[in-house]
Ligand binder design. Structure first.
Ligand SMILES: *Cc1c(COP(=O)(O)O)cnc(C)c1O
Length: 455
């Protein structure tokens, strides 16, 4: 066995041990940053060390400082776990070390991206023939789609952003619901578009279609982007797409949908009604590292008009250069990049159509169990209509809710984030891990009951 193989075996053994520990380990990290720095040693060694020893040191020293993100009892943010085929494929991605830029250089990657892209459009109910770019996450997927939209609406008034830039050109108006995700604001900032104009949303975070129509009617016709949301991070609610997209179309706006986790509702016959009409938009951002449970990091930027995406992202940015299929690099902001479609293909190939639907339905079933379980706790109330994978609850007042959250973190059975929603502190559960079991839900509800007892 050579040094490389010994290092890989060391990594494999540590990975398998880590994954086996997930079923029962504490979810929050035990060690502090300082503790991990001490365990690793802060000094750069003067000479070389055997790779296997380095991997062993890394894994052993870091283990106490790891949060069990792939645990079935991690419900913070919206993180997925690591579906087995996707995780194993991700190891191959590192070993293969392809720079997934062009068809000619990595035909294997281009083929897999093409297949996975078509499968995703099919599962998410999006128009066939749309371009699918594989980004680092939904933030950059939003960025990518909104770059395509920005350039397209400016092109309609004769401005070529790739050539002339934004300065001195017509302003782009961006309208979003007041409960949009903060990642949307980040993407707009990166794009030089500033803060969006906000339209009121209802108590579940759904944009008000009448208010949107009214907002679009004032101020005359201008280059406009409307941003909608599939899946509110707190309530799980979906914007009413049919009315809002119709209103945006009448204003000749580009319609973008942030559906980081919610877009996956379309993959289940039981939940597809939540995304009805979403396919009439121009672009959609979603994540594969959330609901699909591929390892970090992977987002998906989908644009109905491939030439609009190419105009914004392609290496040769001239509009309507017609290479029949385009290269992977033409659809994302980076040049050199990792083969993110490989794990996505593996997850989809392993789950199959019914497996993706079952996954979505299981996550929603667990969310409902949390909703019902928490509603039965003395002094607790569930604040959202549990329509998808999100549950928000409070425990009397802000102070008590924060105390419950602190106790939960100390308890360590599960990891649940606190948040502020509609002016109140809430405990927010995001169910997004393929491996969460009924037992995980039961143990987590028991931990919440313990944390909420006599406060
Ligand atoms: C998670 C999330 C994002 C950001 O996604 P990243 O993958 O973290 O970049 C954007 N919008 C919504 C609705 C989300 O849930």
């Amino acid at each position: 066995m050579d040094a490389r193989e010994r290092a890989l075996r060391q990594a494999h053994d540590h990975a398998v041990r880590w994954l086996a520990s997930l079923a029962d380990r504490r979810v929050p990290a035990r060690a502090s940053v300082d503790g991990i720095v001490r365990a690793l040693g802060a000094h750069l060694p003067d000479g070389p060390s055997p790779p296997a020893d380095v991997v062993d040191l890394l894994a052993t020293a870091c283990e106490p400082g790891l949060t069990a993100f792939p645990s079935g009892r991690f419900y913070g943010f919206v993180v997925g776990g690591t579906e087995p085929a996707a995780l194993a494929a991700d190891w191959l991605v590192s070993a293969w070390d392809q720079n997934c830029v062009m068809r000619a250089v990595s035909p294997a990657y281009a083929a897999v991206e093409e297949i996975a892209g078509a499968w995703l459009l099919d599962l998410l109910g999006l128009p066939g023939g749309s371009a699918v770019g594989f980004t680092t996450g939904a933030t950059m997927a939003n960025f990518t789609c909104l770059a395509a939209g920005r350039d397209a609406v400016l092109r309609r008034v004769g401005r070529d952003v790739a050539r002339d830039g934004l300065a001195g050109g017509p302003a782009v108006r961006v309208v979003a619901g007041e409960d949009r995700h903060m990642a949307v604001d980040l993407a707009l900032r990166y794009l030089g578009l500033g803060r969006p104009e906000l339209v009121p949303a209802d108590e579940q975070g759904r944009i008000d279609p009448e208010a949107l129509r009214h907002a679009l009617a004032v101020g005359g016709r201008r280059p406009t982007i409307v941003i909608l949301q599939a899946g509110d991070i707190h309530s799980g609610a979906f914007d009413p797409f049919a009315e809002t997209i119709r209103a945006a179309r009448e204003a000749d706006a580009w319609v973008h949908v942030d559906g980081a986790f919610g877009l996956w509702a379309a993959a289940s016959p039981a939940y597809a009604h939540l995304t009805a009409s979403v396919a009439h938009a121009d672009s959609w951002a979603t994540d594969a590292h959330k609901t699909l449970n591929v390892p970090y990091d992977c987002g998906l930027a989908v644009v109905r008009d491939p030439s609009a995406l190419r105009a914004a992202m392609a290496l040769h940015g001239e509009y309507l250069i017609h290479h029949e299929l385009g290269d992977p690099v033409d659809k994302v902001p980076e040049l050199s990049r990792r083969g993110r479609a490989f794990p996505v293909w593996a997850a989809l190939r392993s789950l199959g159509r019914s497996g993706v639907a079952d996954l979505v339905e299981r996550l929603c079933r667990h969310a409902r169990a949390f909703g019902a379980g928490i509603a039965g706790i003395d002094g607790a109330s569930v604040l959202n209509d549990v329509v998808f994978t999100q549950v928000c609850a409070e425990f009397g007042d802000d102070e008590r809710t924060d105390r419950v959250l602190d106790r939960l973190l100390d308890d360590g059975t599960a990891w649940i984030s606190g948040s502020t929603w509609r002016g109140r502190r809430v405990l927010r559960i995001s169910v997004s891990n393929w491996s969460t079991t009924d037992d995980d839900v039961t143990r987590t509800l028991d931990a919440i009951r313990r944390a909420a007892a006599d406060i």
